[in-house]
Ligand binder design. Sequence first.
Ligand code: BTN
Length: 261
Amino acid sequence: MGQHSAFSLLPIAAHHLDTVASTMDAAKEILKQPPPAGLVYVTARVQTAGRGTQGRVWQSPPGNLYMTCVVSLEALSEARLPTLPLEAGLVLHRLIVSRLPFEARPALWLKWPNDLLLQTGPVATKVAGMLIEVHRGHVLVGLGVNLAEGPEIDDGGRPAAGLAELSDALHPEKRLDIAEAFASGLAETLSPSWSTEKRRETIKAWSRITRWNEPVKLRGRSPGIPQADATVMPLQLTEQGHLEVRHADGRHETLVAEYLW
Ligand code: BTN
C-alpha cells in the first residue's frame, strides 16, 4: 500500500494485488471497512473473472492494466454522477495521448460512455474500457487498458488491440506508473467542487474528442425495448451527459449509462 498526494487535494492510497477475481470485487472488499478519505485504488496483475459493461467478460491476462478507483459519493456530490464517465474518460484520453508518438495521437478517441478507441484503419480498435458501479455510497471506476495485447471482446465483433507496440511509455512494465497517473489525474479532476460551469466544460471537451459520424450499436438491451439491437447515430450530449441518438426511422432516443439505471 502506498500514498501519493503530491498534486491533488484528494489524498490517494494504492493497493497492488497479484491475482484477483476482479478489481471491482477487491474494491468492494475494501469498502467493508471504513475506507480512508480520498481516492483509494486497487490494481491487479491478473483477473480471473474480469467483467465489462452489460455483463460481458473482460479477459484479463498478465501484461494489461486492471484497476478500480474508489471515491466517496459524499466527496463528489450525486449531481456529478451522470458526467463522471465523461470526466474519467477525459483523464484517460489525456494520459494515453501523452504517451503516444505524436503522429498516432489524432487516432485516439472516446466512444460514449467510456470506451477508448484507436482508429488506425477502417475499423477502430478498442484499447481501453471502463466499468462504473455504485456501491455503499461510493463510486467505483474500473479501468482496463490493453497494453500487451487486446483480448477478444464480445462487442459486436469490434477488434481490440494492445498499445505497447506503439510506444515504450505504454509497455506492460509501465503498468503501475500508468495506474498511478490515472488515479492522480482522476483525483485532480474530481477535487474541485462540481458546478454548472464545470459540467459544461466537461461536455464540450468530451464532444471534441468523440467521433460523431461513427454509428453506435445498441446491444443486449431488454427484449421489451423496441429495436433492442439497433445501430443508431450519435447526435449530441444532453446537459446531463447522456447521449442523444437517432434511430434509422428518424426517432430520437436518449441513452443513459447503465450504472445510472
Ligand atoms: C468495458 O468496456 O466493457 C469495460 C471494461 C472494464 C474492465 C475493467 S478491468 C478492471 C476492472 N475490473 C473488472 O472486472 N472490470 C474493470
